[in-house]
Design a protein around this ligand. Sequence first.
Ligand SMILES: [Cu+2]
Length: 361
Amino acid sequence: MPVRTILGTALAVSLCCSGSSYAASDPHAHHGQHDHSGHHHGDTMLMGTHIHKQGDWMLSYRFMRMRMEDSRNGTSAISPDTIVTTVANRFSALAGQPPTLRVVPTEMTTDMHMLGTMYGLSDGITLMAMLPYLEKEMDHVTYMGGTGTTVLGGFRTATSGIGDVRLKGLFRLHDDRTHHVHGIFGVSLPTGSNTETGAILTPMGATPTIRLPYPMQPGSGTYDIIAGLTYTAMTDAMSWGAQYEATLRTGSDEGYTLGDVHKLTAWLGTRLQSAIGVAGRLSYLNVDNIDGIDPNIVAPVQTADPDRQGRERIDLTLEMNVSAGDGHRIGFEISRPLYQDLDGPQLKSDLMFGVAYQKSF
Ligand SMILES: [Cu+2]
């Protein structure tokens, strides 16, 4: 395949992959009971797809940029002019609130920096901790007054800060020469803020500072249960696997509970050289709407409505990863949604780009 050739050549030129941790003469050297770095690699940088043997450490850094642009209702595009003339404002009964939405988000960028660590507590149990740092920006257009399609102006809101820390245990359930299965169980802690504020432009031309809508908040506010299952397999030529992970919210904070998240991912990978892998992943994401409502989030905008947060999406991701020796590993990935059905109007997801670095000890 030309793409593989191009990627392989580019990587071979740009990266000095001396001393792969894989023994080329023995394709199973990296498999089942770990390579010399103690790291069981699948052909993916997806998190939590491998476990470690007792006493082994791994540190990782991951950067992801997620872009959203233009609104969609269900699976159909909806324009800002249509939103502000036809979509009801759930706060319309309150004093000064217009009958329809009057502020429309046009695009959003989320940058996530994530520090992770894994530790092999025993050969059967690996502990994993992840600390995200989030930077979010959302651009909006505000329409003048309570009706019509005259644009008053635009504004941008931005938040940044740590998100919710995730602590997980990965429990080895099955291992043979080709197949591996482990369970995932953990907790997400409410370390991220869900009370961030910012200045907005109202349809009447005022610029108050208010608590920003749900998608702009770095944290969930709640303790959440993480549960899942991972299957991986590797032969001489190929690797493949699947992972299901759920984030189940418990309790509530500021009057609401974010929707549960279910994610199912399947992947297929191969090696271009002993140290360079490529993989394709398909993932299905399901996020529920918000239960309850934060009484401090009131605005004639779709993002302030707890019933316009649910979504279903299928993403295709292409990934390259390079083992650079001594337990160093680098990955690049790019994702594109193939399908998204939004409880809208909501901004639709666009391209996602990620880089990851791992070091095993
Ligand atoms: Cu690891």
